[in-house]
Design a protein around this ligand. Structure first.
Ligand code: 4AD
Ligand code: MG
Length: 473
């Protein structure tokens, strides 16, 4: 007898064969003569049904088959009599491997997402989070596959860094100094030279600068790892620790950059539609049910599956920031923040643009003052070759740009923006030693997973969210 994955057995037609499954009990029901145990092992969203003849299995054993218990079940694979499943197991042996205490919080009734966040150590055992975690895996794999197939090399950027890639300064300090009694300079400031790395270090906000170094050698590279931002923003879109995928391409201009980002997004969405069918169908229904609890005007006009298909089927709209501001100014909607050339697009503006065009929108050529120092200056001297990709429900999914490859112009920007040039000497050297036109972007992985799963809070698409005042588990 062989233990098998439930995902295999549900597709199997080896009726009459003895098989085994190992997993956790979801439900048990039945009568005096027979019990039906639904077992899940995480390989798929579905459970397999084990039919237990009560004359064969001692009642004492069956008593311990409660929701959450770990069981090994052996039996004969049979075509199912019941509705909604294709196969079942006619149980010949049942072993309780792990009893489940009656305080197990995941009983049959539905729980709110807020409650499940408080028990993030157990929530992977729900259908919703099982589906999300499987999809997360498939999307990470799809990203690697997409880039590998295109000849990109995966670069492992450091997590601990001595520079601030985005120049925004919202970083987490990494130190081994005694916080209660740090060594001090004569002027009272902390003596960073005595710290572990002999200087101030932080967790990285982006692997881009290192990816640029590698692109100067390997041509096409991407990073994919955790990034950290200490912004105190308690929104459904922000995490303090999130995963970012950042490709960097030698000899790509902003248009080639946009083309790559659009085809990557279409590829991974298509991949989800093909490889995550069961989980997406479940989440599609979940989203429809959730919608019913909302006010009429807050309900979505499309289903999750329709939104995913639409991304694959339609070209994204490409507009400049200046055109975007014009669209917003001529809108008959009253915004909380008045759209003004020079200020950053707010969430309400992004939503309006995406709704207005009915497809994801790529906004380019932002004013230089609201973007990072490394973006290539346009001929107008006012805007930079930035591109943000805005998605329905999500807002900014991708941020990227063509990079400033001219040493003098880049240096001037660093000075203008009062960025610590000492920590960026190595970065500036790329512009001295065979500088090259190049571009790249960063995809917020959790924002992608939000879109694919139809969930509405990033805390629900990462296994263990880190947000202000919350680093449990
Ligand atoms: O727009 P951002 O800040 O761009 C960069 O970091 C560049 N270095 C990327 C590059 O050109 N290589 O961040 C990129 C993306 C955003 O579009 C967003 O999807 C996501 O990262 N992101 C966050 N996701 C979750 N929580 C946060 N706090 C995030 N901040 C950014
Ligand atoms: Mg951005």
């Amino acid at each position: 007898m062989e233990y098998r994955k439930i995902s295999d057995l549900l597709k199997s037609t080896e009726f009459g064969k003895e098989v085994g499954v190992r997993g956790w009990v979801r439900t048990k029901r039945g009568n005096k003569n027979v019990a039906f145990i639904a077992v899940n092992d995480g390989s798929v969203i579905h459970t397999i049904q084990a039919v237990v003849d009560l004359s064969k299995i001692p009642e004492e054993t069956l008593k311990h088959v409660t929701t959450g218990a770990c069981v090994y079940i052996t039996g004969i694979l049979a075509q199912s009599q019941g509705q909604g499943q294709s196969v079942e197991i006619q149980t010949t042996a049942l072993e309780i491997v792990g009893l489940c205490d009656e305080t197990f919080p995941l009983q049959k009734k539905a729980h709110t997402l807020e409650f499940l966040r408080e028990i993030a150590h157990l929530r992977p055992r729900t259908n919703t989070f099982g589906a999300i975690l499987r999809i997360r895996h498939h999307m990470a794999f799809a990203i690697h596959k997409f880039f590998n197939d295109k000849g990109f090399f995966y670069l492992h950027a450091p997590i601990i860094t001595g520079s601030d890639a985005e120049g925004a300064g919202e970083m987490f300090r990494v130190t081994t100094l005694d916080m209660n009694n740090p060594p001090r300079n004569t002027d009272g400031s902390v003596d960073d030279k005595q710290d572990f790395f002999g200087k101030e270090t932080n967790l990285t906000v982006s692997g881009q600068l290192q990816a640029e170094l590698a692109a100067a050698a390997l041509g096409l590279v991407y990073t994919f790892g955790p990034t950290f931002r200490a912004e105190n923003s308690n929104t459904p879109r922000h995490l303090a620790e999130f995963w970012m995928m950042e490709p960097e391409m030698a000899f790509y201009d902003i248009t080639a950059n946009m083309d790559l980002a659009e085809s990557m997004l279409k590829y991974v969405v298509q991949y989800a539609l093909e490889k995550c069918k069961d989980d997406l169908e479940f989440l599609n229904i979940r989203a429809i049910e959730e919608d019913k609890t909302k006010k009429q005007n807050e309900r979505s006009k499309t289903t999750l599956l329709e939104r995913l298909q639409a991304v694959v089927d339609h070209s994204f709209k490409r507009i400049t920031y200046t055109e975007g501001i014009a669209v917003l100014k001529s809108a008959d909607k009253k915004f909380e923040f008045k759209p003004e050339w020079g200020s950053d697009l707010q969430k309400e503006h992004e939503n309006y643009l995406v709704d207005h065009f009915g497809v994801p929108v790529i906004v380019t050529d932002y004013p230089k003052d609201i973007k990072a120092f490394y973006m290539k200056l346009n001929e107008d001297g006012k805007t930079v070759r930035a591109m943000d990709i805005l998605f329905p429900y999500i807002g900014e999914m991708i941020g990227g740009s063509q990079r400033e490859e001219n040493y003098d112009k880049l240096y001037a920007r660093i000075k203008e923006m009062h960025i610590h040039e000492e920590s960026l000497g190595w970065y500036l050297e790329t512009r001295k030693f065979g500088t090259f036109p190049h571009s790249g972007f960063g995809l917020g992985f959790e924002r992608l997973i939000l879109f694919i799963t139809g969930m509405s809070n990033v805390r629900d698409v990462i296994p263990f969210p880190r947000t202000p005042k919350n680093a449990e588990f």
